[in-house]
Design a protein around this ligand. Structure first.
Ligand code: ACM
Ligand code: ZN
Length: 734
């Protein structure tokens, strides 16, 4: 489909060019996010070194930005025009001509480029669209030889649908340095995203310098000791530098100061912040500490007031994020001081204490002119009277609760917009979080989002990039594809190209959003990411058709990446950079013998096309978890450990079923469930041992997102080791 769509667009453009008798053929406009209105005319404008530029004072930083992008790749150093009316490139701000906030008009005719923005942000977005009309090499950091800098003649009128088009970057679990943060912001801005939630605090790291509490970063920013310690933090000067960099790009940085949970790093620095006062260490593995901020001590409120005031003064955003997720209240239940607050305030449930705390802080922040944002728990736990903004991360339907109680919401559901989940189940896929099913690019793009209106409760959308599986530089499980071990490259692999889908969700109205169109426009974006030295997940070849022809299976493929090569094998082996190049449809005897990759270059390629085994005959046993075969189970008795993360999400009663499909029957013994290394359940061998199907039943009460779960089973294979089969799980009760 993608190939055909692109071919169609090419033909239309070519026909236009022919009918007007032009020799330079304009590429069809393929901008992401899709602009609201595009009129493409025949013909192109050729940019050259002798052009002149004029810009209004209100968008001077954006004019400088444009020069800084163009100079390295094109060598153009455009002189300033003496008069705006004579300039070849005009950047201006005119809220009367462009009434929509952050909107712009971009006009390219045979002589001039005019970008008129509602505000400086609108001008920046006009520049982004303009750059996407130029060849991808425009983003290069070195002089590009032999490129003609042609821009199609267009009139584009564009403005965002939603005011909130965000990304969350978790710098607390893994410390990304200032340069990487700037790069991430730059990439967001390229796709017109405008809010960065800076997740600065978590159990495993405090990343923001607070002058009044130096131990937060002297102690709380580091795991381990001396030269072996890992971590880091941003000084207040670093923060000012990041904010200024983002401001030119119309990105607002919203600091997130997490409490009452996810703040063990602060408790390590100042143990008196918790109910027990116990000394802890900054953790080296992901877990969610139960040591909350004590809500019964006056010193806790002083701490919050001081920290939030310093933070609010540092960040110009009208918002401040207070986290608020995943608090488990054991400590508050046991703490006499917290219990006193419950009684004094007449609170019925311990969770009401969180609402009490949120109210105190929202009032405090209102006096600083700031609106509080937080994860959905801030409106779900206790009653909050100040209007706040809730990030809905579980069920999109929970926005109803926000509406009914006078709050605003942002859609950030883990199911679609948590970009640390893998894109696929293909063996070898790179994954960070695994506690939920994969999120393909299409699933991310296809999240329903209603159009925005000023009366809307939902301000927009936000992608979230968590780093809990990267903690302190842990190398993730799948390495070969990236051929390197820096977490930053994984962060990019997982973020891109899905960030582009989130960007379009936030920018475009429903009527404009279209998956096929998005996919076809995406093809030319990968080269832009390459020029920006931004890693991404290369998509597998597109199957245009797969047909049975005379007892054979015939594959027709298209490359989803413009300019990439497809390589394939027909013997079931992994293709590599010397495998056959796909040029025309290929026939094989068995579908699964055909494997093909998209190769951008010899070091950057996709996973092979993968046809998952068909489990439809085993539906009654639930979801597939693991497969055993002779190499997995040896002869004699032994233990087999397999991962079940993401298969048993949430607490409840489950059945774990072992189904033999071939070979000798296995005598199964005790089944043990682990959460990382902690034993959760030990289920004895079933008394009735059916030869082919064996089911264990267990009740899970300790589910925790982001933590790996395993099973280990005793297996007696007898003298032979030729057994094959599958394990499934099924939830039977909540
Ligand atoms: C979250 O994922 N804990 C907000
Ligand atoms: Zn307490």
């Amino acid at each position: 489909m993608i190939g055909r769509m692109r071919e169609f667009l090419r033909l239309v453009t070519f026909a236009i060019a022919l009918s007007f008798g032009f020799c330079a053929v304009a590429q069809p406009v393929a901008v992401i996010p899709q602009p609201a209105r595009v009129e493409q005319h025949a013909g192109v404008l050729k940019l050259h070194a002798g052009m002149t530029m004029a810009s209004d004072a209100a968008c001077e930083p954006q004019a400088r930005y444009l020069r800084e992008v163009l100079f390295p790749s094109t060598g153009f150093c455009w002189k300033s025009a003496e008069k705006k009316s004579r300039a070849d490139v005009v950047l201006e701000v005119d809220a009367a001509r462009v009434p929509e906030a952050e909107g712009y008009r971009l006009t390219v005719d045979g002589k001039r480029v005019t970008i008129c923005g509602h505000d400086a942000g609108g001008v920046f977005y006009g520049i982004q669209t303009f750059l996407q009309l130029l060849p991808p090499a425009v983003h290069g950091t070195a002089l590009q030889q032999g490129v003609e800098w042609l821009v199609p003649q267009v009139e584009i009128s564009d403005a965002p649908d939603h005011p909130w088009r965000g990304m969350m970057l978790d710098v607390a679990r893994y410390f990304y340095d200032k340069e990487f943060v700037k790069h991430y912001i730059d990439m967001m801005a390229m796709y017109k995203m405008n809010k960065l939630q800076f997740h600065l605090i978590d159990d495993s790291g405090w990343r923001l310098e607070i002058k009044k509490y130096p131990r937060l970063t002297e102690v709380g920013a580091w795991a381990g000791q001396n030269e072996n310690r890992l971590g880091g933090y941003y000084s207040q000067d670093d923060i000012r530098e990041i904010i200024a960099y983002a401001a030119v790009r119309n990105v607002e940085i919203i600091p997130e100061i997490e409490f009452p949970a996810h703040m063990l790093s602060a408790v390590v620095a100042y143990p008196w912040l918790s109910c027990t006062g116990k000394q802890h260490e900054v953790p080296r593995q992901h877990f969610i500490s139960r040591d909350l901020l004590c809500v019964g001590k006056e010193t806790s409120y002083e701490f919050l007031a001081d920290v939030l005031e310093e933070t609010a003064d540092l960040f110009p955003s009208e918002y401040i994020n207070i986290g608020g997720d995943e608090a488990v209240y054991d400590r508050w239940k046991e703490c006499p001081l917290c219990q006193q607050v419950m009684q004094r305030e007449g609170l019925k449930q311990v969770s009401d204490l969180q609402g009490y705390l949120t109210n105190v802080v929202a009032d405090m922040m209102k006096q600083k002119g700031k609106t509080v944002v937080g994860w959905e728990e801030i409106i779900m736990r206790g009653k909050v009277s100040q209007p706040v903004v809730a990030l809905i991360w579980h069920q999109v339907n929970d926005t109803i609760q926000a509406t009914q109680s006078g709050h605003k919401a942002i859609l950030a559901p883990a199911t679609n917009l948590y970009l640390d989940f893998p894109e696929s189940r293909t063996p070898g896929e790179i994954k960070a979080a695994t506690w939920m099913p994969p999120i393909s690019l299409e699933k991310c793009y296809s999240m329903p989002v209603n159009d925005y209106s000023p009366a809307s409760t939902v301000l927009g959308v936000q992608g979230c990039f968590w780093s809990d599986q990267f903690i302190h530089g842990t190398v993730l499980q799948e390495l070969s594809l990236l051929n390197e071990n820096r977490s930053e490259k994984y962060a990019e692999y997982l973020t891109f190209p899905r960030l582009l889908a989130v960007a379009e969700l936030g920018w475009c109205r429903n009527a404009v959003r279209d998956w096929e169109s998005f996919r076809s426009r995406l093809g030319s974006q990968y080269a832009r990411l390459d020029h920006k030295d931004c890693n991404y997940r290369v998509p597998e070849p597109e199957i245009v058709s797969m047909k049975e022809v005379g007892g054979k299976v015939r594959f027709e493929l298209a490359s989803p990446v413009e300019g990439a090569t497809i390589r394939y094998t027909t013997d079931g082996s992994w293709p590599h950079s010397h495998s056959a190049v796909y040029t025309s449809p290929v026939e094989v005897d068995v579908k699964t013998d055909f494997r093909a990759i998209t190769e951008v270059d010899s070091r950057h390629f996709s996973l092979p096309l993968y046809f998952a085994p068909d489990f439809s005959a085993f539906q009654q046993y639930g979801a597939f978890v693991a497969e055993w075969k002779p190499l997995v189970l040896a002869s004699g008795t032994g233990k087999w450990r397999f991962e079940a993360t993401g298969k048993m999400v949430g607490n409840g009663t489950y059945e774990v079923t072992f189904v033999r499909t071939r070979g000798t029957a296995v005598k199964w013994g005790q089944l043990v469930q682990y959460k990382r290394d902690e034993t959760l359940a030990e289920i004895p061998a079933p008394t009735v041992v059916a030869p082919d199907v064996v089911t264990y039943r267990l009740t899970q009460t300790a589910f925790e997102a982001g933590v790996p779960f395993f099973f280990e089973v005793e297996a007696d294979c007898g003298a032979t080791s030729d057994s094959h089969g599958y394990v499934f799980v099924r939830k039977v009760e909540e």
